[in-house]
Design a protein around this ligand. Structure first.
Ligand code: PRX
Length: 709
C-alpha cells in the first residue's frame, strides 16, 4: 500500500506540486513483486481457459463481445440492439430484450438442480445447526414472499422497497421476491443506523420497509427492530410516509426485540405467509433496461447517492464475471464473507453465483467469533472450495490466528480479495496459509457504481502478482490520465486517475433521481464534447488513483475524492462532517483518512468550536454518539481533535490535505500560501505532541469490517 495518500485536496485546484510531482506520483515507490503461476490443477478445470477470450473481447468486437455474457442467461425475448449510445452517458444495453432476474437465478435451475443446495445459512452461534435451502425450497420461498409483497403490501413493478437486514437467508429471498415482481429493492447495510436507513428510504420513495427483529453479531444479540421506528420517523421528517414495516423473525416461533409492533403499520411476515403457502407468482418479464435495484453509496457530497442498476446488463455482467473470474461451477461451494448489504454481496453472493446455480454460504456473524478459527471450521465442515473476502478481514484473521488455517482440513481452489489495496505480505499469507499455496487468487478492483469487476487477473490464464489487481477485465479498456487529461503511460512510472474508456453492461444506469449529478460526477471530468454520441468521448471517471507498470497490471492506490475507504467500506467525509455540524458547539469540522494497520484507512476528525465554547470531553463524546446515530458505528472516528482553527486557503477553504498530512505524520508540503500558516504547527503539536484533550477512547476497538453495531 502506498505510504502517501493519493488524496486530491478538496479545494478544486490542481494538486500540490512538490519537486514537480503530484502527490499520487510521489506515492509510487514500491518494488515490483514476482509473479506466481496458477496451479495446473486449477487450470485444468477452469471456466475460462482459452486465450482467444482476449481476441473475442478486443476493442474491435465491442460492444457485441458482451453477448457472450448475456447468452449465459435465459431471455424471454432476445434483444435487438446490444448497446444504444443515443443519450450519452445514459447507455442502454440489450435493448428490446426481456428477462426476469429471479427466473434466471432460481426457476431455470429447477430442472437440473432442484435438490441441490442454493443457500447454506450458518448462524453465528456455533451450537446452532446450519440451514440448507435447496433450489426447490428457494423457489417456494421466493414465490411466497413475492405473493406477500404483491397481495399484502400491494407492491408492483417499479415501486421501491427499502430492506434493512443483516446476513440471514431471508435477505436474499426478499431481494429475489422483489426481482420476481420488478420491484426495485434498496438494501441498506444492516450495520447502518435507523436514521441512515430512513434517509435512504426517503430518497428512494419507499413506502414499505423490510426488517428483522434481531440477529447475532460478535456474540451479542442485536435488537434491530428498534432501528425501524427511527427509520420511519426519519423518513417522515424527509416527507416520505412509510405505511408498512414488514418484520421477519430471526427465530420463526418467537419475537425477540424490545421494540413494540405498531398496530396497522408493523406486520410479521411469518404470520402473513400463512395465507400464501405454496403461492406461485409468475415472474414479471422485465425490459433489459428496467431498474433492478438501488445501492446507496458515499460520494463527494453529504448525501449518499442511489446507484441505479439495470436488469439485463447488470445480470449479464455479474454472471459472466462470476463465471470467468471466480470460476464458479454449479458443483462448487462458494463462500463470500462480505455483507449482502454492500455491492459485493449483491453481485457476488446473490445475483452472479445464483445465476450460475452455485451453492452459496451465508454466514450471519463476524469471522473471528468465537475465535479466529471459525472461518476455517466453516470451510472444512461445508467443504467450501471458493472463498471471497476483503484485505481487512485477511489482516485481522492473520493477526488473530496466523496458524489457524493450517489446523483445518479444507481445500480452496480459488480465493478473491476485494475492496481495498492488499499489501504484498498480507497477500502472501492469504496465498500460503489460507490457500495452502494451492488456491488461485484474484484481486478484484471495482466499485458500487460499476456493478462488477473491472480489473483482475484471469485466474487460469494470468500469473498473479501480489498487491496488484491485474489487467483489465475482458471488454474493459482502462486509461490513466493526469489532471490535465494527458495520458500517463506505463513508461512514466507515475500515477494518475484511472478511467474506463468504454461503457460495459454492469455500469450503473444513473443516480436515482439525480441524472445531472451522474453526469457531473462520473463523466464530466474527461468529456471533451458534451454533444457527442460517440461512446469514445465519454470515459468513466472512477475517482481512484492508479499506476500501470509495463506488464499491464494495474495497481490501485486509493480514492482521490472525498471518500475514505474504511475496511473496504466507503465513507463520505462530507457525511461525517455534516453530522459533526449538527452539534451546537461545533463551528467547523474536517474529516481526513489516516492509515490504519488493520482497516487500511480510518477517519480522523478535526473540529473547531464556536467562540466562547470551552473544549470539553463531552463534546468529543457527542461527536462519536452523533456519528453513530446518524450513520452507524461503522463510521466511528479513530481520533477526534479539537483545534483552535483549521488551516485555510485565502478564500477560506479548509485545507484537509494539510490535516491529513499531520494525522499521518507526513510532510505537509508547501503551506506558505495559506491564510493562516502558523496554525499548522499548533495543530501538529496538538495531534502529534501534547494533546489538549484526552483522546476519545473506544473506537480503536477494531472489529472485522470496521463494524461494531
Ligand atoms: O478505492 C477503490 C476501492 O474501493 C472503492 C469502491 O468501494 P465500493 O464502491 O464500496 O465497492 C467496494 C467493492 C467493490 C474503489 O473506488 N477498491 C475496491 N476494490 C479494490 C479497491 N482498491 C484496491 N484494490 C481493490 N481490489
Amino acid at each position: 500500500m502506498p505510504k502517501t495518500l493519493a488524496k486530491k485536496h478538496t479545494e478544486g485546484k490542481p494538486r500540490s506540486k512538490k519537486h514537480g510531482l503530484t502527490e499520487a506520483q510521489i506515492a509510487v515507490h514500491w518494488k515490483e513483486e514476482a509473479y506466481i503461476r496458477p496451479p495446473a490443477r486449477f487450470i485444468a478445470q477452469a471456466n475460462l481457459n482459452d486465450n482467444y477470450a482476449l481476441e473475442r473481447f478486443s476493442e474491435k468486437n465491442f460492444p457485441e463481445c458482451f453477448r457472450e455474457y448475456a447468452e449465459l442467461l435465459h431471455w424471454d425475448q432476445y434483444w435487438h440492439t446490444t448497446l444504444d449510445t443515443n443519450h450519452p452517458p445514459f447507455w442502454k444495453w440489450f435493448v428490446g430484450g426481456r428477462l426476469n432476474v429471479a427466473y434466471n437465478c432460481v426457476d431455470r435451475h429447477l430442472a437440473k438442480y432442484k435438490n441441490k443446495a442454493a443457500l447454506i445459512f450458518v448462524p453465528e452461534p456455533e451450537e446452532e445447526n446450519h440451514i440448507v435451502i435447496t433450489y426447490q425450497e428457494l423457489y417456494r420461498r421466493v414465490n411466497e414472499v413475492a405473493a406477500v409483497l404483491q397481495g399484502f403490501a400491494g407492491l408492483q413493478k417499479g415501486d421501491r422497497v427499502t430492506i434493512h437486514m443483516p446476513m440471514i437467508p431471508e435477505l436474499p429471498i426478499t431481494m429475489l421476491a422483489c426481482a420476481r415482481l420488478g420491484i426495485i429493492h434498496s438494501v441498506v447495510f444492516g450495520g447502518f443506523s435507523g436514521e441512515a436507513c430512513g434517509l435512504r428510504a426517503a430518497d428512494s420513495g419507499s413506502r414499505v420497509l423490510i426488517y428483522v427483529d434481531g440477529y447475532h453479531r460478535n456474540g451479542r444479540w442485536v435488537d434491530h427492530k428498534v432501528s425501524a421506528d427511527i427509520a420511519v420517523e426519519t423518513a417522515k421528517k424527509e416527507g416520505q410516509v412509510i405505511d408498512k414495516v414488514l418484520v421477519w423473525k430471526r427465530y420463526h416461533h418467537k419475537y425477540t426485540s424490545d421494540a413494540p409492533m405498531i398496530m396497522e403499520r408493523d406486520f410479521f411476515i411469518d404470520d402473513i405467509l400463512k395465507d400464501y403457502r405454496n403461492a406461485v407468482v409468475p415472474p414479471v418479464s422485465m425490459e433489459a433496461e428496467d431498474p433492478l435495484f438501488l445501492m446507496y453509496t458515499s460520494g463527494t457530497t453529504g448525501k449518499p447517492k442511489g446507484c441505479q442498476h439495470r436488469t439485463g446488463g447488470y445480470l449479464a455482467y455479474v454472471t459472466g464475471t462470476a463465471k470467468y473470474y471466480q470460476d464458479i461451477h454449479p458443483e462448487d461451494v462458494y463462500w463470500c464473507m462480505a455483507d449482502i448489504g454492500w455491492i459485493t454481496g449483491h453481485s457476488y453472493i446473490v445475483y452472479g453465483p445464483l445465476a450460475l446455480a452455485a451453492t452459496c454460504v451465508i454466514y450471519e456473524g463476524v469471522p473471528q467469533f468465537p475465535d479466529a478459527g471459525r472461518p476455517w471450521r466453516i470451510a472444512e465442515r461445508l467443504d467450501v472450495n471458493i472463498f471471497h473476502t476483503s484485505p481487512t478481514a485477511i489482516r485481522m484473521l492473520r493477526k488473530a490466528g496466523a496458524e489457524e488455517p493450517k489446523k483445518h482440513n479444507y481445500r480452496f481452489k480459488h480465493m478473491t480479495t476485494v475492496g481495498e489495496p492488499i499489501e504484498p505480505e498480507v497477500w502472501r499469507w492469504y496465498h500460503e496459509v489460507v490457500g495452502k499455496s494451492e488456491a488461485v487468487i484474484v484481486d478484484t478492483w471495482w466499485q458500487t457504481e460499476t456493478g462488477g469487476f473491472l480489473c483482475t487477473t484471469k485466474p487460469a490464464l494470468d500469473p498473479m502478482k501480489p498487491g496488484s489487481a491485474g489487467p483489465a477485465c475482458l471488454g474493459i479498456y482502462p486509461i490513466i490520465w493526469d489532471e490535465e487529461g494527458k495520458e500517463v503511460a506505463s513508461a512514466d512510472h507515475a500515477a494518475g486517475n484511472i478511467c474506463i474508456r468504454n461503457p460495459w453492461p454492469g455500469i450503473m444506469q444513473t443516480i436515482w433521481g439525480d441524472p445531472h449529478r451522474f453526469v457531473e460526477q462520473y463523466y464530466k471530468k474527461y468529456n471533451k464534447n458534451a454533444q457527442s454520441k460517440d461512446w469514445r468521448d465519454w470515459p468513466y471517471y472512477a475517482a481512484d488513483a492508479a499506476v500501470l507498470p509495463p506488464d499491464g497490471y494495474y495497481r490501485i492506490l486509493g480514492r482521490v475524492d472525498d471518500v475514505i475507504n474504511v475496511a473496504g467500506h466507503r465513507l463520505g467525509t462530507k457525511e461525517l462532517e455534516s453530522a459533526c455540524l449538527t452539534i451546537q458547539e461545533i463551528a467547523e469540522a474536517a474529516v481526513v483518512p489516516v492509515v490504519d494497520e488493520v482497516k487500511g484507512r480510518a477517519p480522523e476528525i478535526y473540529i473547531s468550536l464556536k467562540p466562547g465554547v470551552l473544549p470539553k470531553k463531552q463534546i468529543i463524546e457527542k461527536v462519536t454518539s452523533t456519528i453513530e446515530t446518524m450513520i452507524g458505528k461503522i463510521a466511528r472516528p479513530k481520533r477526534i481533535h479539537i483545534v483552535p482553527d483549521m488551516p485555510k486557503t485565502r478564500s477560506g477553504k479548509i485545507m484537509r490535505r494539510v490535516l491529513a498530512a499531520i494525522s499521518n505524520h507526513m510532510d505537509t508540503g508547501d503551506i506558505t500560501t495559506l491564510a493562516n500558516p502558523d496554525i499548522v504547527e499548533q495543530v501538529r503539536q496538538i495531534v502529534q505532541g501534547r494533546e489538549i484533550m484526552p483522546l476519545n477512547e473506544g473506537p480503536e476497538d477494531i472489529k472485522l469490517f470496521g463494524d461494531e453495531r
